[in-house]
Ligand binder design. Structure first.
Ligand code: PEP
Ligand code: MG
Length: 886
């Protein structure tokens, strides 16, 4: 029989799939001998079984009862005991942290009898009744979906009547009666008095919260699979709301914004666990705790250092102090900003906690991308309106909106301005470029979620007076209305009026060669990890570059050559006229004249590109797009001709062009006359390009350069296409003296090419996967249309987790890639194989290409550092645990 329940002392972090992140780490802390309240975890297996069958698996609650009894015995405090009752906290906890997305119910076990026992044990009757009313409210909302307002309304009445001292025990007792009435009216039956029944219902509610709308949305965004389910952690309650010597807090072992060492966090005295995360009241910095309760502070610092050495990474913790006694409620490898990720990884290497190989696995391409974003140019910024807590870095400029719906509906960049955020604001946070709140610290919901998704966020800007109803906020006497532009700095917490200009990031400046690694700690960390990535990676990194300027930039960013030089741009600009003449040519003689005129301009382009990449390979692709793409659009031409005719004028050349466009029109141009087909149909076109390249290389060689051109044939389906074109290429090459040997290869960008790769390899010195076209043709997804038309719906409905044009589809397209690599290499063992589709710059795809054994990836110049890092990660060995900070 499957076992569903594990005591904290039975688990460890290797069981994270079963126990969820929170459960596994509670078990880990318990094993380390840290002060964790006793408890147990109901496994994700149980949740999956529940969600599949709509009822708890057989035997689940018997197991729960058995584990519960152990806790009751250990504490000498039974559930439901009227004199000294055990109370329980029930919390969700999936494999990956989903902050605030699922449910928690505290104070399970309170009822009309046990409330007196709690009052007796704590000597605080007011507290006992307050806990009871909290339970009814949380239980009503979580188990039965009763909106919190129904309870909050009653609470507000009692609070107002009580005045500044707050309601006393009598008032709270009366409030519990009112709450019970509200509960019965909304739910249809009385609040359950049996503690075990409360517990079972709470566990079921947590299971169900896995499928709550906001949880589903969060998972989509974070690419967390929908079928994992959540575990449920049941733990003996400890109380942070028992007066001034109690409290609750959240802490990090290093600054999660910058990576600076030291203990950081927020503390809230006389409060219950969830209050800090919810950002309900303003917290004090953790350093204050040293003054308030030095013993607990010292103990916390000691525990955090134990945890950091144990996990060998930044950890965050939630803790509660109950009357001077410290309890650990949660730990995990903490979320951090991209800057902190790089800085901490380098520091941990210096501290001897991890190897440099492991450090590469602590950072990723997405983080490096964010670091390459610009920041505000503070030298020209106006004085800030106010400064809050810099909770998630970045420089965001946008129009003010006050609610999630407005953020989603906006068609300009917006800043979502809220008193505080809650999980319902998630769609707005996703849609906004920045989030600004008046309340909450670095660990509030807004901060945690924004950091996780890389949104700029400033929290706790207390000077903000927000009147969402009127659609305005004010700071002092300055008023800002919905639609007014503001700028927020997620690093410093500054809020500026208007649009502040942004300056390049230090990392971007370093990559451009403008800053040395020594100039900045973050830059030093980035440099160190990139250098290591370059040293270990087995996959080469080239650039897709079509112009000499791009080639030079690519070289500076570490490209080992050009993997794709698309020659189509050489047919644009003032050369368009020659192309038009080529298309309209009346017979071979005129065509040949036009090609002769194009030859010197192409040659000059190649000379410059070869010079910029001297000594490195430059893969030049012969012309690929359909020729009519070089002519004006049919509708424009038709309008010009119609206008001329209406004015009784001679449309002249426009009429000729219009006729040509009509003649060349294709219903599916992407599947039409393009690529190698064009070369075979239009005599002399490829020969001209080949001659231009060979002559350019010869000239560079004569000038003392080291040109390394390669010729690549696009959109090949069949080996006979390639063989025919190759014969023509070889013929031309043989006539150019002084040219170096020029390899000829093929793109593999149709399923048929991949399926017949063994044949193609006999005619090709190299392969380059064109995964843009290969994705288009494998899925039958028009690459120019589907992302706008239906990929969004597919993502929302969970049919896709990512666009196949962004991350290579390993199961389908990837299978073709694998097959082509194996059969190509079998036919020609020294075949060089690369990829030059957009996927060549996507970290996840690069890991796949490295695993398949490609020789290089080629990507746009600005993604080169990301590709270098990803290729390094693919080769570096993550010994020990790789911390999962998702
Ligand atoms: C490809 O198809 O992946 C490719 C690199 O070629 P293009 O994008 O120019 O069609
Ligand atoms: Mg292509």
């Amino acid at each position: 029989m499957t076992r569903y329940v594990y005591d904290f002392i039975e688990g460890d972090r290797s069981k994270v799939d079963l126990l969820g992140g929170k459960g596994a780490n509670l078990a880990e802390m318990t094993r380390l001998g840290l002060p964790v309240p006793p408890g147990f975890t109901v496994s994700t297996d149980a949740c999956r079984a529940y969600l599949a069958d709509g009822r708890p698996p057989v035997g689940l609650f018997d197991e729960v009862n058995a584990h519960l009894r152990e806790i009751e015995v250990r504490l000498g405090r039974p559930l439901g005991d009227p004199h000294d009752p055990l109370l329980l906290a029930v919390r969700s906890g999936g494999r990956y942290s989903m902050p605030g997305m699922m449910e928690t119910i505290l104070d399970i076990g309170l009822n009309d009898a046990t409330v007196a026992g709690l009052a007796a044990r704590t000597g605080d009757e007011r507290f006992a009744w307050d806990s009871y009313r909290r339970l009814i409210q949380m239980f009503g909302r979580t188990v039965h979906g009763v909106p919190a307002e129904y309870f909050e309304r009653e609470l507000a009445v009692v609070r107002t009547a009580a005045g500044p001292a707050g309601p006393d025990a009598v008032a709270l007792r009366a409030l519990v009666d009112t709450y019970k009435k509200v509960y019965a009216a909304r739910v249809g039956h009385d609040f359950p008095q049996a503690p075990h029944e409360q517990l079972y219902l709470a566990i079921r509610a947590v299971f169900e919260s896995w499928n709550a709308e906001r949880a589903v949305l969060y998972r989509r965004r974070e690419h967390i699979p929908d079928d994992l389910g959540t575990a449920v952690n049941v733990m003996a309650m400890v109380f942070g709301n028992l007066g001034a010597d109690s409290g609750t807090g959240v802490a990090f072992t290093r600054d999660p914004a910058t990576g600076e060492p030291g203990v950081y966090g927020d503390y809230l005295a006389d409060a219950q666990g969830e209050d800090v995360v919810a950002g309900i009241r303003n917290t004090v910095p953790l350093a204050e705790l040293e003054r308030i309760d030095p013993a607990s502070f010292g103990e916390l610092v000691r525990i955090m250092s134990v945890l950091e050495r144990h996990y060998r990474d930044l950890c965050d913790v939630e803790f509660t102090i109950e009357r001077g006694r410290l309890w650990m409620l949660q730990t995990r490898v903490g979320k951090r900003t991209p800057a902190a990720a790089f800085t901490i990884a380098a520091q941990l290497v210096d501290e001897g906690l991890i190897t440099i190989d492991e450090a590469l696995h602590r950072v990723d391409g997405a983080q490096l991308t964010q670091l390459m974003f610009p920041a505000f140019d503070r030298s020209v910024a106006p004085p800030p309106l106010t400064t809050g807590v810099g909770a998630s870095p970045g420089a965001a400029v946008g129009a003010v909106v006050f609610d999630s719906a407005a953020a989603v509906a906006a068609d300009v960049p917006v800043i979502l301005v809220r008193q505080e955020t809650n999980p319902d604001d998630l769609p707005g946070m996703i849609a906004a470029t920045g989030v600004l709140t008046a309340r909450g610290g670095k660990t509030s919901h807004a901060a945690v979620v924004a950091r996780g998704m890389g949104r700029t966020c400033v929290c706790g800007a207390e000077a903000l007076r927000i009147d969402a109803g009127r659609g305005e906020f004010s700071v002092g006497d300055r008023v800002f209305r919905a639609g007014d532009v503001i700028s927020i700095d997620g690093t410093t917490g500054a809020v500026y009026p208007g649009a502040v200009p942004v300056a390049p990031s230090p990392v971007a400046r370093y990559l451009a060669g403008e800053l040395t690694p020594e100039s900045d700690r973050l830059v030093a960390a980035v440099d160190r990890l990139l250098q290591h990535a370059d040293a270990v990676r087995r996959v080469g990194v080239r650039a897709n570059a079509d112009t000499p300027a791009d080639a030079a930039r690519a070289r500076a960013h570490g490209a080992a050559g050009i993997g794709l030089c698309r020659t189509e741009h050489m047919f644009l600009g003032e050369r368009r006229e020659l192309v038009e003449r080529l298309i309209l040519a009346d017979g071979p003689a005129e065509r040949s004249d036009t090609l002769t005129a194009l030859l010197p301009v192409q040659r000059a382009d190649f000379v410059e590109i070869l010079a910029a990449m001297d000594g490195l390979p430059v893969t030049v692709r012969l012309l690929d797009p359909p020729l009519h793409e070089f002519l004006p659009p049919l509708s424009d031409l038709a309008a010009l001709v119609a206008r001329a005719e209406a004015l009784d004028q001679d449309p002249g050349r426009d009429a000729t062009l219009l006729a040509a466009v009509r003649r060349m029109h294709e219903a599916n141009p992407m599947l039409g006359l393009r690529g190698v087909r064009l070369g075979l149909v239009l005599p002399g076109l490829f020969a001209m390009q080949v001659r231009a390249l060979a002559e350019a290389a010869a000239q560079r060689a004569r000038d003392g350069g080291d040109p390394r051109p390669e010729i690549m044939v696009p959109l090949v389906d069949d080996v006979r296409e390639l063989a025919t074109v190759r014969a023509e290429i070889d013929e031309v090459l043989a006539t150019v003296p002084d040219a170096p040997p020029i390899p000829v290869g093929t793109m593999v960008e149709t399923p048929r090419a991949a399926l017949t790769a063994g044949d193609l390899a006999r005619e090709a010195h190299f392969f380059s996967f064109g995964t843009n076209d290969l994705t288009q043709t494998t899925w039958a997804f028009s690459r120019d249309d589907v992302e706008a038309s239906f990929v969004g719906t597919y993502l929302e409905r969970g049919i896709l987790t990512v666009s196949p044009f962004e991350t290579v589809d390993a199961a389908g397209v990837g299978r073709l890639v694998r097959l082509a690599v194996a059969e190509g290499r079998a036919a020609r063992p020294d075949l060089t194989i690369g990829v030059c589709g957009e996927h060549g710059g996507d970290p996840e795809s690069i890991a796949f290409f490295a695993e398949v054994g490609l020789d290089y990836v080629s990507c746009s110049p600005y993604r080169l550092p990301i590709a270098r890092l990803a290729a390094g990660r693919a080769a570096a060995r993550p010994t020990g645990d790789t911390a999962d900070s998702r």
